[in-house]
Design a protein around this ligand. Structure first.
Ligand SMILES: NC(=O)c1ccc[n+]([C@@H]2O[C@H](COP(=O)([O-])OP(=O)(O)OC[C@H]3O[C@@H](n4cnc5c(N)ncnc54)[C@H](O)[C@@H]3O)[C@@H](O)[C@H]2O)c1
Length: 247
């Protein structure tokens, strides 16, 4: 058996890499040969220690342009120019429209959507020079479901799909692809508050009737960030056990 080295020498930024789906993706990028820049609000030291010397941690707020400059600088110092950006960090408070204030709306847009734009501004020039790059925005299958109290979140997650579609057109000539991944309900801290009954009600609406683990979301992201997916861009890939079907 040979090791899986689909990402050998690629430099991958993963935001929200301190836990959950982001941590699982960071570990898998490293297992497949990539150098990992793990980003979170606090230095994601557990993720970095688990990976070892092929990872660095950066404490940054992805809604802050200066945060992206710091991520770029740290990546260059440790490894070189970034090849892959997975925007996974998210802000997702639950507020029905009656309680949703403008500050919460703005923060949701800023963390979930501005970060996609800021990362593109930061890394497209370097990717153009290399004639290779990958952007993956983590959206959510909730955009197609009847989840109450999440209008701001759904708007931001639809925005990710729109931005990836548009960005794909602007960078296609330089070997850069841009896609969105839409996870379904996944077993992380984010969903811990839900009781067993509520989770089970969701599984019953999936073709595959079980709770997704973070690792279930990782494979499609790995695929999108290899040469295997070079002709796939501007797409939205749903990874939810067959709950919500696009098209
Ligand atoms: N868990 C689910 O059921 C589910 C379903 C659909 C989509 N998603 C999406 O998947 C992604 C990961 O979800 P998760 O459940 O692993 O989330 P999580 O809350 O467990 O982890 C998110 C990480 O992002 C970090 N983060 C938050 N704001 C940040 C900021 N401004 N700057 C930097 N880091 C920040 C957090 O500190 C945390 O470590 C999110 O985009 C989420 O919307 C999750």
């Amino acid at each position: 058996m040979t090791d899986i080295v689909t990402h050998r020498n690629r430099i991958a930024v993963v935001t929200g890499a301190g836990r959950g789906i982001g941590a699982a993706m960071a570990l898998e990028f490293a297992r497949r040969g990539a150098k990992v820049v793990a980003v979170d609000l606090k230095d994601p030291s557990v993720t970095v220690q688990t990976i070892g010397p092929n990872a660095i941690g950066v404490a940054a707020d992805v809604s802050d342009p200066l945060g992206w400059a710091a991520i770029d600088m740290a990546a260059k110092e440790a490894f070189g120019d970034v090849d892959i950006v997975v925007n996974n960090a998210a802000y997702y408070p639950n507020h029905a429209i009656d309680d949703l204030d403008f500050e919460t709306w703005r923060r949701t847009m800023s963390v979930n959507l501005d970060a996609q734009f800021l990362s593109a501004k930061q890394f497209v020039p370097g990717m153009r020079r290399k004639k290779w790059g990958r952007f993956v925005g983590i959206s959510s299958n909730s955009i197609g479901l009847t989840v109450p109290g999440m209008s701001h979140y759904m708007a931001s997650k639809m925005g990710i799909m729109g931005f990836m579609r548009g960005l794909a057109n602007d960078v296609a000539d330089d070997g850069i692809t841009c896609n969105a991944v839409l996870p379904g309900l996944t077993h992380t801290v984010a969903t811990e508050a839900q009781g067993e009954e509520q989770r089970r009600a969701t599984w019953q609406t999936q073709a595959i009737k079980r709770f997704a683990e973070p690792e279930d979301i990782v494979g499609p992201v790995m695929f999108l960030t290899t040469d295997d997916a070079a002709f796939m861009t501007g797409q939205a890939l749903v990874v939810d056990g067959g709950q919500y079907r696009v098209g």
